[in-house]
Design a protein around this ligand. Structure first.
Ligand code: SF4
Length: 251
């Protein structure tokens, strides 16, 4: 039997509509955050980093070289480098000057060459030539910061990490998804609010979203699959773009 409709004089007109419960520190409910990442996962089912490498060591070197450089530029240089130096021993044998010849097209190459040789040396002497799968150890290596360590842990060791680059930092703040003054603050909040089943790929999804859609100067909201959910002040469209898998894009 259906419930009888309440009579007009039984309706409590003083009752206020309940406010949606936001995830602390964000402008979104848990359901909204889940939906954002569900859509990213449909759009880009298997995102991949594009830094070319043949083992954890060459990945570590490639990531260290990629600071303030494009991945395409790094790949161009490392393609021939890794043919001759794909282990810490071979890299040390190459030496700073020869290594410099391979990576001269990459910004800050002099410093990076010194760091790569120093980190190769440290790997040989302190880690039996094996790249550690531990952040605390990785950041002890010369030229390896938290972001580099997070990329290596994610791509080489399958760990769910959040390497906050300029795109992720902007998105976290712009959308009010993970506001923070430093990359570490944004990283910590994203790690907390992103549903665990989406955490492994989230770093790549956010980079791609920032690079191709939610761009720094002018976000392309009409091409954005989360436009209806987004609460950014800069938003220019409420209508989400069609949710279809995209061809693989270079990260
Ligand atoms: S709607 Fe616009 S501002 Fe919001 S995430 Fe999409 S592109 Fe960025």
């Amino acid at each position: 039997m259906q419930n009888p409709k309440p009579k007009i004089d039984q309706i409590d007109v003083s009752a206020k509509p309940t406010k949606p419960r936001l995830v602390p520190g964000t402008r979104y409910t848990a359901a909204e955050i889940h939906e954002m990442f569900r859509r990213f996962s449909i759009q880009r089912p298997e995102p991949r980093g594009e830094l070319e490498h043949v083992n954890p060591f060459t990945l570590l070197v490639a990531v260290a070289l990629s600071a303030q450089a494009t991945d395409a530029g790094v790949n161009k240089a490392t393609r021939s480098l890794f043919k001759v130096a794909d282990t810490p021993e071979k890299m040390v044998a190459l030496g700073v000057d020869k290594l410099g010849e391979y990576i001269r097209t990459i910004g800050l190459w002099r410093n990076k060459a010194k760091n790569v040789i120093a980190l190769s040396h440290a790997l040989i002497t302190q880690y039996a030539s094996v790249v550690p799968n531990d952040r605390e150890e990785l950041v002890k290596l010369p030229g390896v910061g938290r972001k580099t360590a997070n990329v290596v842990l994610n791509m080489a060791f399958g760990q769910s990490t959040m390497a906050v680059d300029t795109h992720i930092f902007r998105i976290g703040n712009r959308l009010g998804l993970a506001p923070g003054k430093t990359p570490e603050e944004v990283e910590a909040r994203l790690m907390k609010v992103i549903p665990s089943e989406y955490l492994y790929h989230a770093h790549h999804w956010l980079i791609l979203h920032g690079r191709y859609v939610c761009k720094a100067r002018k976000p392309e909201c009409r091409a954005c699959v989360i436009a209806d959910i987004c609460k950014a002040a800069e938003k220019t469209s409420e209508i989400p773009a069609p949710l279809v898998p995209l061809p693989p894009q270079i990260i």
